[in-house]
Design a protein around this ligand. Structure first.
Ligand code: PEP
Ligand code: MG
Length: 586
């Protein structure tokens, strides 16, 4: 029996926004294939059916690929090359034929068994890339099976009414075909903030919660839910008061959005004229129109991991170059900070033969990886430098833990610059190079690091997890993940002061910069730049424009002596309530 009481499921906030809607349970039905005996004479016919199903499936995949390439860019369509490889996998087909002859069962039955066996083998592999292939085999296998038995696959492109899609996972092909106007939100059992589904949800602007474990088993179609993409909640059977609360929040968001649109061209400036830079975080070139639309001053963090995801080869220098050039040209007069590859941790798996580690967040990742795999690092650096001739680009290194890493990384940049000079390829000779401050050791030695780089950007997502020893994707200990913890506040203050002493500017590109109450403290600590998701720019600008520098300076002075995260948070909330009550999420 499906539950009838209100249940709140906590997942990972994947895409912001709030929506109330009816559930559409996607693709949870298992394919039941009856075991049917066949005669020897029927075998050629069954093989023919298999060949026809394969041809049809191949056509379908090519069509989806085309549609995606047109709508979302060629790099998204690449994912389907792996799907095509499954259809064309002779070993799989031979095995089906072998069993047809041996077992004399219908082709759909044999095929389903063989595909499941294949998927299991991939799934049990150590290598993360091969492990990923299991989901390709499952996805394509179901497609082939549906074509064999003539069952129409559930399709998100033909939805008739607005729904919240609830699924175990939503494959790239399903997301791409989704009828955008009808899907108002979605939630999935699996996935992290940087999973494919999450990234696509953000670029489609649909509120989404992922990583909800086995929620899709508890829900039936047609049930009422609230998707709270801001807090990472899925609320099933919301009570009247929950509905009222979220109804009000939606109205508040809509009115606010409407009211905030006029801020687009106004500076991020306090009531007494203290100005900072309010920039946007992006993940791919397709995000730039939103940066411009929301009036961000440039890009404070361009996460380049997306390039390396869901593909079986490495991006070429030309691909990198075209992407960075496009962003540089579109952003025109503002700067774009390109972060070099930050692979590892929760980011994504790779086909790069990265060994499995006990503690991936503390492991061979980001700059550590790049400094060993110079072949990969240099390709990206060459492309960034080449693209710097077309706009104001900056280079930023992730996961810096000490001075040695910065020096080594800068040496590599210099080697690449020298190569380009020799090849007479133009680039910006004055390109700024910065370090992310996201490891406590870096924040502690910010004075030493400040002598090595041109700017800092504080990555609080990681800084908090390392400072407090709280895994940022573990929902069990999420209550300990406190941005306003006095240790975090001190690390930030130390970083800002050290940077300013050395004449460096310092920004923040972690999620803390998009929390209105925290923004007041950060302003008071004199950060020079805040970089947040484009959609949140108006709200954060409103916070900044509602308060005086005097007030925030006093706030940050006060909270510095507080003993707990709650006290710091409460003090900041008091000021927020006073200066911008409409932004307080209760
Ligand atoms: C951070 O750690 O705060 C950050 C901005 O980087 P990411 O979330 O990509 O690790
Ligand atoms: Mg980080």
């Amino acid at each position: 029996m499906p539950p009838t009481k209100e249940i709140i499921f906590k997942g990972i906030a994947a895409s912001p926004g709030v929506v109330i809607g009816k559930t559409f349970l996607f693709d949870r039905e298992e394919d039941v294939v009856i075991e049917r005996k066949i005669t020897k004479a029927e075998i050629p016919m069954e093989i023919m059916r298999l060949e026809e199903a394969l041809i049809k499936t191949r056509k379908e995949i090519l069509q989806i690929q085309k549609k995606i390439a047109k709508g979302m860019g060629a790099e998204h369509a690449e994912i389907f090359n792996a799907h095509l490889m499954v259809v064309e996998d002779r070993a799989l087909i031979e095995e089906v034929i072998k069993h047809l002859e041996k077992d004399r069962k219908s082709v759909e039955f044999i095929f389903q068994q063989t595909a499941q066996k294949y998927a299991k083998i991939f799934d049990s592999m150590e290598d993360e890339y091969l492990k990923e292939r299991a989901s390709d085999v499952q996805d394509v296998g179901r497609r082939i099976l549906h074509n064999l038995i003539g069952r129409k696959r559930q399709d998100l492109s033909t939805l008739k009414e607005e729904v919240v899609v609830i699924a175990y996972d939503i494959s790239p092909s399903d997301t791409a075909l989704m009828h955008k106007e009808k899907v108002v939100g979605f939630s999935t059992d699996v996935g992290g903030r940087t999973s494919h589904t999450a990234i696509l949800a953000r670029s489609l602007g649909i509120p989404a919660v992922v990583g909800l474990h086995d929620v899709s088993r508890e829900i039936r179609g047609g049930m009422k839910v609230v998707v709270d993409g801001n807090r990472g909640l899925l609320i099933l059977n919301p009570t009247k008061s929950t509905l009222k609360k979220y109804g009000e929040e939606r109205t508040r968001i809509e009115i606010l959005e409407e009211r905030l649109t006029h801020l687009k061209d106004l500076p991020a400036e306090t009531t007494d004229g203290y100005r900072i830079t309010l920039a946007a975080n992006i993940e791919m070139p397709e995000d730039t129109p939103s940066v411009l639309y929301h009036g961000a001053k440039g890009v404070g963090l361009y996460r380049t991991e997306f390039f390396y995801m869901n593909r079986s080869d490495l991006p070429s220098e030309e691909e990198h170059f075209q992407a960075y050039k496009k962003v540089a040209e579109q952003i025109k007069n503002e700067s774009v900070i390109i972060r070099t590859l930050d692979l590892g941790g929760d980011k994504f798996l790779s086909h790069l033969q990265v060994p499995k580690e006990m503690n991936p967040f503390l492991g061979w990742r980001a700059i550590r990886f790049c400094l060993e795999r110079l072949d990969i690092f240099k390709v990206q650096l060459r492309a960034i430098l080449r693209a710097s001739a077309y706009g104001d680009l900056k280079i930023m290194f992730p996961m810096i833990s000490g001075v040695g890493e910065v020096r080594r990384a800068k040496e590599i940049v210099e080697e690449v610059r020298e190569e380009l000079r020799k090849e007479k390829i133009p680039f910006d000779e004055d390109i700024e190079v910065g370090a992310m401050i996201e490891i406590p050791s870096a924040a502690m030695i910010a004075d030493l690091l400040a002598k090595e780089v041109d700017f800092f950007s504080i990555g609080t997502n990681d800084l908090i997890q390392y400072a407090l020893a709280v895994d940022r994707v573990n929902e069990k200990i999420a209550y300990l993940y406190e941005p306003t913890h006095p240790a975090v506040i001190r690390l930030i203050r130390n970083t800002v002061q050290a940077a300013h002493k050395e004449g460096l500017w310092v920004g923040m590109c972690g999620e803390m910069a998009s929390d209105p109450a925290s923004v007041l403290i950060l302003l008071g600590m004199e950060l020079d730049e805040l970089s947040v998701s484009s959609a949140l720019i108006p709200e954060i600008k409103k916070v900044i424009r509602s308060v005086s520098f005097k007030e925030v300076q006093q706030l940050s002075k006060d909270v510095f002596n507080y003993a707990t995260a709650e006290e710091v948070q409460q003090k900041a909330m008091e000021l927020l309530e006073r200066v911008a009550p409409e932004l307080v999420v209760k």
